[in-house]
Ligand binder design. Sequence first.
Ligand code: ZN
Length: 581
Amino acid sequence: MPTAAVVSASAAAAPAAAAAAPPPIPSKGLRLRLQEGVYASFSADGQLAVEASPHDGEGLAGFAQRLCGDARLAPQVLEANHLARGARLKTGRLYHLPFDLLAAAWQLEAARALFPQDRGDATGWRHQVRGVGALRRENLWELSEWFTGKGENFRAIREYNNLRDEDVTQGAVLTIPSELLRPAFGAALPVPLKPYVLAYGKDQDGDYAVYRLRPGEALYSGVVVRFTGRIYAADVNALAVEIAHRSGIDDVTAIPVGFKVKIPLDLLQPEFLPEGDPRRKEYEASLRASSHFSNQVRAKGLEGITVILDAGHGGHDSGATLGSVWESLYVYDIALRLKGLLESRTAAAVELTTRDGDGFHVVDADVLPASRGHAVLTNPPYPIADPVVGVNLRWYLANSFFRRALSAANDPQKIVFLSIHADSLHPSLRGAMAYIPAARMRDESYGKRGAIYEARQEFRESPRVEFPWSQRVQSEGLSRQLAKQVIGAFEESGLPVHPFTPVRDRIIRNRSEWVPAVLRYNSVPSKMLLEVCNLNNDLDRRLLQTRGYRQRVAEAVLQGLLAYYGQSASQPAVRVARATK
Ligand SMILES: [Zn+2]
């Protein structure tokens, strides 16, 4: 039990300042004016909402943008008001906006109006129970829905406040712990939420870190994925068992809030190790060294920039597959869409490492037809049969593109390499993540041998690659900056992003760690491998099978590239590009 719970329990027992406390909400409900045409409402059945009428001349999209913070929620606004698709809103009429649909600012304002005694403090949101009518009290379930978005959190709130049952007395003050709050209330706390705190200890089995499980957290994502960096299902499951055993947990599905989970120190990602630990120091030193390098090139409309696009897999290498969903088909489609955007909206030169068939055709369909026609565009091309040969020829080809672009541009920072993939991870994980090359995990010098390589011009131009340490460190720094811009653009466009460390400098799997070959032997200083989503996650997989999502991914990558070259989204590339072309 957290210490704070005791404090709030005693506060709950003390009568609140009676003079200032508002009367119970009438049992028929309550409507309070927030501003002209906008009301906070508390319905007879205990739902919080806002009711609002459109401004003169304000359409549905504008209305949804103003109240929900997103014009794309327009269909949900219609649905909440039992209106058919395409219906028009009438000025002067009030429309119902359920709490879940509201923009954070309106959620906060409505709650503050209805519960004027409420406030945030360092531990969470302090809610004074106002009660409803003469007969009914607020119950913990609905209270939990209002402030956390999930009724199921009522148990954690009950435990946190040392309550014996779901009864809450009028005038009592409860704390809704900060970790559980909806973003609207979390953002209103005076102290920003501490991300997490680890303590360290030692027992007969060795050194460990202790993490106290927070309400609503699962061992898999809350502990294993976050602190050990494992993301593949087999790894996550195995470590969850190991950590549960080490911590004395019998049932991983019923771990009490606040339980001390012990994580063996050697499983921790370096950034979570105690200060001064050699592994953490080495990690911090590499971050510091690579952070000295940042892209200095500013390019309006990407004028003078070469973008090398690599769609992962292809041909007989379908990559991650889930039923008929092949990674190779969907990432190639995204690469084509991105090529189209770059060529129509910017002045960048675009090179693709592979092609399916004779031309670059975007298939106008959600679910993509199977194809094994992809070849690596070396000279002569390589119809992809062996995945390893396919990957090696990609970096030979990328390096050849790089040499050619460099002789024209005369600045290595004007060239970027982007490999597009989709992951197959633990099903609880969602969203995009990026890999960049860790300087310490790349070879100084490397080259392939064999007839299949020697037959190709790109190999013969330069059979071996050499990467001195300084170059690898610089590449890590530039690539991290590039990847952060691209992931940042995903976040800005509302696309799902991996919850922990979305930019990673190596793959961790099966107790080994490596940099993907397509980055490892790649001469382009600014490079990244983008995993657009997790095919093992049902929601992500369904999204990937829609044209709209793939187009949005391509748009986000475009915004990330523009940002890397010093152009924010507010300076549209369109006009610039047309002016310069
Ligand atoms: Zn892949």
